[in-house]
Design a protein around this ligand. Structure first.
Ligand SMILES: Cc1cc2nc3c(=O)[nH]c(=O)nc-3n(C[C@H](O)[C@H](O)[C@H](O)COP(=O)(O)OP(=O)(O)OC[C@H]3O[C@@H](n4cnc5c(N)ncnc54)[C@H](O)[C@@H]3O)c2cc1C
Length: 418
């Protein structure tokens, strides 16, 4: 069922998730307006690593994650860092997170993440087949590279779990063959796992191109338009109070990423999201740049080669809504990548960036209608996978607004689970 002629929807938040929601709603006949408090895709969707990674099934709630978090309380250099706090909302979030760090939860959450990851990459392929978007889409897979045997063998257990429980298989590349596979890597590395089913994009190009296409198709985007309040009458959301006055539509989709939690009270539901801060540095493409997108799990750093640039990205800090970009973190990204890559990682920074990932305590996104405001929907909480999960999220939202059967089981993503 498609929307009737004058059905309208407002999407709050113009990150990758809001853009994807606008795409699918517009395609099925909705008149769509997207508002953003800043510039479109200027927040977490802007300078991330750009992996579209169906291999990224294991949730953050792995056994042992709590130990890593506790140790980081005393180590500001740790790539995974929790700042000590007495804030009850943060403590409650961590308590819920810690309870879920079990093998059972990895399998349960992994099953639902796999469903939405697979659906999403299939949607990307369909979108790009219909309307090519100049976003450096590549299907080279993702490479996990290791310096030491110990780390390689530890990861091998993860890889085995992926194969046994999720049917996702990697190719193991011994150190002796690594330079032939990727000449951008140094000699002497122990080995790598290559997941051939993953893809990658340059996020800023994807966002800009997608918005351009949607604008051409009639979607209205309003920047510098901040949501300030909501007007509710008789159990329905009737208007948004914004910095540019009141805006009304038949349906409302809230895709505000890490900011979503601040709207729990006004929307009458629990939105347990904490910002998981990460950083990236982007430089001009150096000589001998690698060609594969890759991760160095021992140093928890990701490398994204682009046509004109090279990006290093990493870190997961739970430090609240902190906007600083400490130079030590940027240097840490460079130092972490230096011992793996042939190319220089010391080029002048074209951009130093931070983003707040919208982290949920169960690693699953929040997608669906609100129980007490049935014409309002959440599309948020995409953790470390928002770029990967955007198209399937947009499709689910459109199917829900259209009253259709959803393409995958969306129950595990329901806002009602909290
Ligand atoms: C270092 C790093 C690397 C990453 N790498 C990857 C990767 O390789 N692959 C992947 O899949 N994911 C990756 N991610 C995660 C991904 O970036 C996020 O999951 C994703 O960007 C979240 O998208 P979003 O649209 O929900 O949030 P955002 O992009 O943050 O968008 C939310 C928008 O809502 C707007 N907003 C908030 N409040 C209001 C308001 N009151 N009124 C109006 N507008 C409002 C904000 O201005 C913002 O533009 C990475 C993240 C980081 C930090």
């Amino acid at each position: 069922m498609n929307a009737t002629a004058n059905q309208s929807a407002i999407v709050v938040g113009g990150g990758i998730i809001g853009i994807a929601c606008a795409h699918y709603l517009s395609q099925s006949g909705w008149k769509v307006t997207v508002i953003d408090q800043g510039t479109l895709a200027g927040a977490c969707s802007h300078a991330n690593c750009g992996y579209i990674c169906p291999s990224h099934i294991p949730p953050l709630t792995e056994p042992g994650a709590t130990r890593v978090a506790l140790k980081s309380l005393f180590n500001p250099q740790s790539p995974f860092r929790v700042k000590p706090t007495l804030n009850p909302a943060v403590l409650h979030w961590f308590w819920q997170f810690a309870r879920r760090c079990t093998h059972q939860q990895v399998l349960w959450a992994g099953k639902h993440l796999q469903a939405i990851l697979d659906a999403s990459i299939a949607e990307y392929r369909q979108i790009l087949a219909r309307t090519p978007l100049a976003c450096e889409w590549e299907e080279k897979g993702l490479l996990y590279v290791f310096r030491t045997e110990h780390a390689f063998e530890e990861f091998a257990q993860n890889d085995q779990m992926l194969t046994e429980h999720f049917g996702v298989a990697a190719r193991r590349i011994p150190g002796s063959e690594l330079r032939e596979f990727e000449p951008g890597l140094q000699d002497g590395l122990y080995g790598a796992f290559h997941y051939p089913g993953d893809a990658s994009v340059r996020p800023d190009l994807l966002n800009a191109e997608w918005v351009r296409q949607l604008r051409a198709g009639g979607v209205e985007f309003i920047e510098n338009c901040a949501l300030r309040g909501v007007r509710v009458e008789a159990g329905q959301l009737v208007a948004l109070q914004t910095s540019r006055g009141e805006l009304s539509a038949g349906r409302y989709v809230f895709a505000m990423g890490a900011w979503s939690a601040q709207w729990s009270q006004q929307l009458g539901c629990r939105i347990p999201i904490q910002p998981g801060k990460g950083y990236s540095v982007t430089m001009a493409r150096p000589e001998n740049s690698p060609s594969y997108p890759m991760l160095f799990p021992e140093r928890k750093v990701g490398v994204s080669p682009f046509a004109e640039g090279l990006r290093l990205g990493s870190m997961m800090e739970f430090v609240g809504y902190d906007q600083s970009i400490p130079e030590t973190r940027i240097q840490q990204l460079r130092d972490s990548a230096r011992s793996y890559l042939v190319a220089s990682v010391d080029g002048a920074a074209e951009e130093k960036w931070y983003g707040w990932r919208p982290m949920t305590w169960d690693s699953l996104p929040i997608i669906g209608p609100l129980r007490h405001l049935p014409n309002a929907y959440l599309a948020t909480g995409h953790n470390m996978l928002g770029m990967s999960l955007a198209p399937a999220t947009g499709r689910l939202i459109a199917e829900m607004l259209n009253g259709e059967q959803t393409c995958i089981d969306a129950t595990p993503f329901s806002p009602d689970r909290f």
